[in-house]
Ligand binder design. Structure first.
Ligand code: ZN
Ligand code: ZN
Ligand code: ZN
Length: 370
């Protein structure tokens, strides 16, 4: 494992996960491929119908159950640096039984949040006396508080998506469809250093008023406002997510009025971020300004979401969330106003620091008119 990966996925995680399981009242974590497994081991495994599962007892040695034909991949992964036992199972074996025999008598297990129901139900049968909980009851506290290495990985992801946005104005030409623009953006997301394109939203004209519109065959027109919300996963495993709103030629006059409000609200919410304030109060900081200007009914989603190995994870920046921000928490600040037949959103990833905040996206937030 190279040094950077060793910093990002330190061997000490396994012990930290076991202690977190104990603190959460769980006797073991059962982690199938996905972000929880990657967080604990660095192993970026694919979820398949054949079971791969890391068992992390609160007390005792962790072990990885892996299909025999995946063993070479597991051995080539960062898991091999952890020195844990790998139990390879053959096609006619029952991997659930291997786990239940090793965890006899456990009273509560934490299943990785993204485990398939297929496996959840098989674990219920294999460990009938074990209460099933989400692994996040143990791991969320760890995953929310980013280490310096994770912060650096998110900073690198932010810079990569900023470079893509810097190229977007060149592609917003009347006559091209959203899909055509989207495919150029997707290529650029990879070219600028991501390992994977996670999503590409190009919402033009009336589609700008639909926050999760993706791509359509609508042709871009002069006078359109275009919301571009894009993200990918870096080779490190950490994600980017950034929205900018563009205009092709002069936007409708009523648009400029609310874009200014939006920009102020996004700024105010970012500036509100510091240790000790609640996640919900960051939402209030954006929402009160937008509502005060008369656009409250058009701000129809929460202000943001945590980000890390997943694009959407804890903490959620949503009204009523009393979770207090701490240094190392990273999340989006992305208010939007969608009155139709156009709309706007501005999104940056923000990190809570010792005494305030750091933006991980730094492209201009002024309206870019192409
Ligand atoms: Zn979203
Ligand atoms: Zn986004
Ligand atoms: Zn987002």
């Amino acid at each position: 494992m190279n040094n950077r990966l060793a910093d990002l996925y330190p061997a000490s995680r396994l012990g930290a996960a076991a202690r977190a399981a104990r603190a959460a009242g769980l006797d073991a974590l059962l982690l199938t491929p996905g972000p929880d497994l990657r967080y604990v081991t660095g192993y970026d495994a694919i979820q398949l119908e054949r079971l791969t599962c890391l068992a992390v007892p609160a007390d005792g040695a962790a072990f990885l159950v892996v299909p025999k034909l995946e063993l070479a991949a597991a051995q080539a992964s960062p898991v091999s640096a952890l020195g844990l036992e790998m139990v390879a199972w053959e096609e006619t074996h029952d991997p659930f039984r291997i786990i239940s025999e090793n965890l006899a008598g456990v009273g509560a297990v934490g299943l990785s949040d993204r485990m398939w129901a297929l496996n959840v139900l098989k674990f219920r049968d294999a460990l009938p006396s074990a209460r099933q909980e989400l692994a996040s009851t143990a791991l969320r506290g760890l995953r929310m508080r980013k280490t310096a290495a994770e912060a650096a990985a998110l900073r690198e992801a932010g810079a990569a998506i900023d470079r893509v946005h810097a190229r977007v104005p060149g592609w917003l030409r009347p006559g091209l469809t959203e899909r055509e623009v989207g495919s150029r953006i997707a290529e650029a997301i990879l070219a600028e250093g991501h390992a994977q394109v996670d999503f590409v939203i190009v919402g033009s004209g009336p589609n700008a008023a639909s926050p999760h519109h993706d791509l359509s065959d609508r042709v871009l027109l002069t006078g359109d406002v275009v919301v571009v919300d894009i993200g990918g996963t870096m080779p490190s495993g950490y994600c980017s997510d950034c929205t900018r709103t563009y205009a092709i030629g002069q936007p409708p006059p009523e648009f400029a009025a609310y874009y200014k409000v939006l920009q102020e609200a996004q700024e105010a919410a970012c500036a509100f971020v510091r240790p000790g304030v609640s996640a919900g109060s960051v939402d209030d900081a954006a929402r009160s300004l937008i509502a005060g200007a008369g656009y409250g009914e058009w701000f129809i989603h929460r202000t943001g979401h945590g980000i890390g190995l997943e694009t959407h994870e804890d903490p959620y920046i949503v009204a009523g969330n009393t979770e207090l921000l701490e240094p190392g928490m990273a999340f989006s600040v992305e208010p939007g106003i969608y009155p139709g037949p156009h709309g706007a959103r501005i999104e940056d990833i923000v990190m809570c620091t010792e005494d305030g905040y750091e933006r991980l996206n730094n492209g201009t937030r002024d309206l870019v008119v192409v």
